[in-house]
Design a protein around this ligand. Structure first.
Ligand SMILES: *[C@@H]1O[C@H](CO)[C@@H](O)[C@H](O)[C@H]1NC(C)=O
Ligand SMILES: *[C@@H]1O[C@H](CO)[C@@H](O)[C@H](O)[C@H]1NC(C)=O
Ligand SMILES: *[C@@H]1O[C@H](CO)[C@@H](O)[C@H](O)[C@H]1NC(C)=O
Ligand SMILES: *[C@@H]1O[C@H](CO)[C@@H](O)[C@H](O)[C@H]1NC(C)=O
Ligand SMILES: *[C@@H]1O[C@H](CO)[C@@H](O)[C@H](O)[C@H]1NC(C)=O
Ligand SMILES: *[C@@H]1O[C@H](CO)[C@@H](O)[C@H](O)[C@H]1NC(C)=O
Ligand SMILES: *[C@@H]1O[C@H](CO)[C@@H](O)[C@H](O)[C@H]1NC(C)=O
Ligand SMILES: *[C@@H]1O[C@H](CO)[C@@H](O)[C@H](O)[C@H]1NC(C)=O
Ligand SMILES: *[C@@H]1O[C@H](CO)[C@@H](O)[C@H](O)[C@H]1NC(C)=O
Ligand SMILES: *[C@@H]1O[C@H](CO)[C@@H](O)[C@H](O)[C@H]1NC(C)=O
Ligand SMILES: *[C@@H]1O[C@H](CO)[C@@H](O)[C@H](O)[C@H]1NC(C)=O
Ligand SMILES: *[C@@H]1O[C@H](CO)[C@@H](O)[C@H](O)[C@H]1NC(C)=O
Length: 436
């Protein structure tokens, strides 16, 4: 059953429904219950129909150009004056979420610089130039905050109070890596759905800056700067779920966020980038620095190489995880207070946990949850890292970089532009997995 056909970069994108998994390697999909996104089928579709539009791609212009050197079509390129303002609740709430995100980044960068001494930064290989870069990133966040405040107008929120899960520089840098990752992915998930294309343009120009921040924090950790081919997008509710636990209090007149807070999901054995052997599991959400007195010291993580783990433009230090690795997951039951002033409550409309959704690059791939066991306040399960690549016959694995794992009750097919269909199936999560 074909549920959608879209054109992405001129190549036919075909998503199958869950009952006919469009697995990337269907005959080999023992590890992968349903690889929901293999967006690219084979061959070109010359003709495509979407929302009443029909376009036959011949390589030649098909209509007269309305202006010289201006092919017909496109949105808002007819000289109309831009209106940088939300047009719908969807726009307002998406931008509000983005503002909550920009504020925590501003506060986080300032907090790290204020909290740790020059010597503490130096101990982890970060010098005055590196600190100046973090300070400049805080400046960038001030700019992003001003931008969204201007778009939202008088009802924009102020800075809140935050609670951070780190006690040293290496944990701080690692937390920054995660926050900028979900900040970036959280915006990619809704940008193309905004009614206000005008506002989307401005937000695009700030989120691309955020993408550079994420990469720099990877470089500070001595990680390979960009191990993926595509940066993934997640929904507003997924981003809010990741963000809200770290916001302790906001002023009472702050507008409320309409997105969902899903129950928390932890990966108990997330790879630990600070450990000499990063593939060794760490039970904490951030690296356990006491377990490794020299977090950026030499490592033999990768077979056949003796790497020196120091901050750097690049290194071969990636691939902390591998197909067949068993992940230990712990999920909360819904109903827990969370977020600013504990005034939100985690919520799920899904049934029992059955699948892990691996959201990375262009793909959402599922593996079965095994050994599901209920505890008093939640549940635990295991699942096995799949081996798929993003397309058949390419080297790039789906699972790489900092990516997202969600526990779901079903393995529905979603592709990047309809990933919000997943929301109603989320049992817990997302969690950020450091796959490579
Ligand atoms: C399954 O995987 C093996 C090993 O990668 C490969 O040789 C084989 O061709 C695959 N089978 C199919 C049907 O793709
Ligand atoms: C697209 O191509 C089909 C088949 O050649 C043709 O019937 C149709 O009129 C074309 N549509 C447009 C908008 O050119
Ligand atoms: C594109 O235009 C060229 C030059 O007019 C013509 O020779 C060619 O047949 C056209 N191709 C298609 C697919 O219409
Ligand atoms: C932030 O925390 C400080 C110190 O506890 C408190 O005085 C202030 O009211 C808090 N602000 C908000 C917005 O919660
Ligand atoms: C790193 O830890 C993994 C277990 O997670 C182990 O298989 C591997 O041999 C270790 N590598 C080194 C160099 O100790
Ligand atoms: C980490 O979690 C695993 C699985 O829950 C457990 O067996 C192990 O004892 C924990 N280790 C620490 C240091 O807490
Ligand atoms: C961190 O490592 C130390 C030393 O190995 C250990 O005693 C402690 O329990 C660990 N903490 C966590 C949160 O895993
Ligand atoms: C790392 O490797 C360098 C060069 O081989 C060596 O001088 C240094 O002592 C090593 N550091 C650690 C912490 O092992
Ligand atoms: C890594 O270091 C060990 C011990 O110094 C050495 O025996 C080995 O040859 C080195 N491996 C590589 C690939 O350099
Ligand atoms: C890094 O990895 C690539 C690809 O595996 C390899 O060709 C290269 O030699 C490695 N470089 C170092 C410095 O280990
Ligand atoms: C499943 O994962 C295991 C462990 O990595 C691997 O050896 C095997 O080839 C995978 N099977 C498929 C069909 O991908
Ligand atoms: C996840 O880990 C955090 C921090 O260690 C802890 O507070 C929380 O209870 C854990 N949640 C679950 C569902 O295990």
């Amino acid at each position: 059953m074909l549920s959608s056909i879209t054109i992405i970069l001129g190549i036919a994108a075909i998503a199958a429904s869950a009952d006919i998994p469009a697995g990337i390697m269907p005959a080999n999909s023992t590890n992968t219950t349903s690889s929901a996104l293999n967006p690219f089928g084979t061959g070109f579709l010359l003709s495509n129909s979407s929302s009443g539009y029909v376009y036959n791609a011949t390589g030649n212009l098909t209509s007269r150009e309305p202006r010289p050197f201006t092919p017909s079509g496109g949105l808002a390129n007819n000289g109309s004056v831009p209106n940088y303002h939300p047009l719908t609740d969807f726009d307002y709430e998406s931008l509000l979420l983005a503002l909550y995100q920009e504020f925590i980044e501003l506060d986080l960068f300032e907090f790290g610089l204020r909290t740790f001494s020059v010597a503490q930064f130096q101990q982890f290989g970060l010098d005055a130039n590196d600190r100046a870069l973090i300070e400049f990133m805080a400046e960038q966040e001030r700019g992003h905050v001003m931008l969204i405040e201007n778009i939202l107008g008088p009802s924009a929120i102020n800075r809140c109070n935050y609670t951070y899960p780190f006690t040293n520089v290496v944990e701080f840098v690692d937390f920054c890596r995660k926050v900028t990752r979900w900040g970036e992915s959280g915006v990619y998930g809704f940008l193309e759905h905004l009614d206000s294309r005008d506002s989307a343009q401005l937000l695009l120009q700030s989120v691309t800056t955020e993408a550079r921040q994420e990469m720099i924090f990877r470089q500070f950790e001595g990680l390979f700067p960009m191990p993926v081919w595509f940066q993934t997008g997640i929904t507003q509710s997924m981003a809010w779920t990741l963000l809200a636990p770290y916001i302790s209090g906001c002023s009472r007149d702050s507008p409320r966020v309409a997105w969902q807070n899903f129950p928390a999901l932890n990966i108990t054995n997330n790879p630990n980038p600070a450990a000499p052997n990063a593939t060794l599991p760490s039970n904490s959400t951030s690296p356990n620095a006491t377990a490794s007195t020299a977090p950026f010291s030499n490592s033999t993580t990768l077979p056949g190489s003796n790497l020196t783990i120091v901050p750097g433009i690049t290194s071969n230090r990636t691939g902390f995880s591998f197909p067949g690795r068993v992940l230990q997951l712990a999920g909360d039951f819904p109903g827990k207070p969370v977020g600013p002033n504990n005034s939100y409550t985690t919520n799920s409309s899904a049934g029992a946990p059955r699948f892990a959704a691996w959201i990375s690059q262009l793909n959402t791939t599922y593996t079965a949850l095994e050994n599901v066991q209920n505890r008093t306040d939640g549940w635990t399960a295991t699942t096995t890292q799949p081996s798929d690549t993003i397309w058949p016959n390419v080297s790039e694995p789906i699972v790489n970089g900092s990516m997202f794992i969600i526990a779901t009750d079903a393995n529905i097919s979603v592709t990047p532009y309809n990933i919000s269909e997943l929301n109603s199936h989320i049992v817990a999560g997302p969690a950020v997995y450091l796959a490579g």
